[in-house]
Design a protein around this ligand. Sequence first.
Ligand code: ADP
Length: 397
Amino acid sequence: MTNRVLVLNAGSSSLKYRLLDGVSGAAEASGSVERIGEDSSALTHSVGGQHHTEERRVADFEDALRSALGAFDRHGPAIDRESLAAVGHRVVHGGTLFAEPAVVDDRLLEAVEDLVPLAPLHNPANLEGMRVALRLFPDVPQVAVFDTAFHQTMPEHAYTYALPRSWRDEHRIRRYGFHGTSYAYVSRRAAALLGRAVEDTHLVVLHLGNGASAAAIRGGRSVDTSMGLTPLEGLVMGTRSGDVDPAVHGHLHRELGLSLDEIDRALYRESGLLGLSGVNDFRELTRRCAAGDAAATLAFDVYAYRVRKYVGAYYAALGELHAVVLTGGVGQHSPELRAAALGGLDRLGIALDPTRNESPSGEDRIVSPDGSEVAVLVVPTDEEWEIARQALAVVRR
Ligand code: ADP
């Protein structure tokens, strides 16, 4: 019986893939097709430590997946249809319909289509990825794994916005939360690192990548998370504002005559670290801070302070906390951010060991002192492995 899963992540203009063993997590190959539909697309296929790159026009998702399969044919490994246990798809928005991963069929495609108004930037690409893969792998079971699914356990008081009933009931306006695949993976690994059962582990997890969010996780179940109806709410991100006063839209419209689309775009693409400092890459931001750049320093401080506020809020939401867990490029690699966000919280039982915090490592690790009341962990996330694992679980049910 094969555990081989091809994981596909179709974004607005890119297709990322990884071929891996869903049980061990071992990857055989991975790659991406970027700038689909533009004049020149970039294809990368990595196998056995070799990176094969190519530049040419890739018209659409079908062309992209065919190009990826071409790269498998040329550079290996061979993936004939029988050797795959499943194709796993990352799907961003599952609304309230999907609290679990599900087999891709016509009904699922219709349901994901129906959710497009809630995720206009993501669900259309995810849908196209699934449709193309169904055409190219008609005999392989395909499974959709939803970013929102993990948060469907949130209690009503956490997911409800204080808004008029018709908006909530008829237009599905509520908090959904994202990064769920990452939270599922990281909370299991964190419990293992602590030597506790997941069901008995209470965590605040900080997923700090280009997108960033926090989650309060009680016994392996999400009880609150910082992203809401869309992935804009909550923490400061690379280019997204995170929390702002909702009156900002009306104000900017009246004062500057900006349209709603212009304001949305600015909040998504021109805000966050980029809006504050001119750069969205955290490494560059840290370099500029060290060089005394005032805008970069303010951006870092705003970012770290927002993380700190959410840690406090979610500690209170949980009541009892075993660990704060950091993941995502920034959470995993920035000791400066960890120190700024979590320093001076000894009264809450949260402390960092400076040497452990500053030692770089790609492994799951504890960066708090031995015997801390609340451990601080760094756990590199692996969303592709989690998608493959969940896809296998669905096809073996
Ligand atoms: P994505 O959300 O796209 O998966 P990642 O989780 O890879 O993104 O996170 C990307 C962010 O992590 C970028 O801002 C990047 O600068 C930051 N990052 C990566 N490596 C480091 C590092 N060594 N120090 C600080 N920040 C880092």
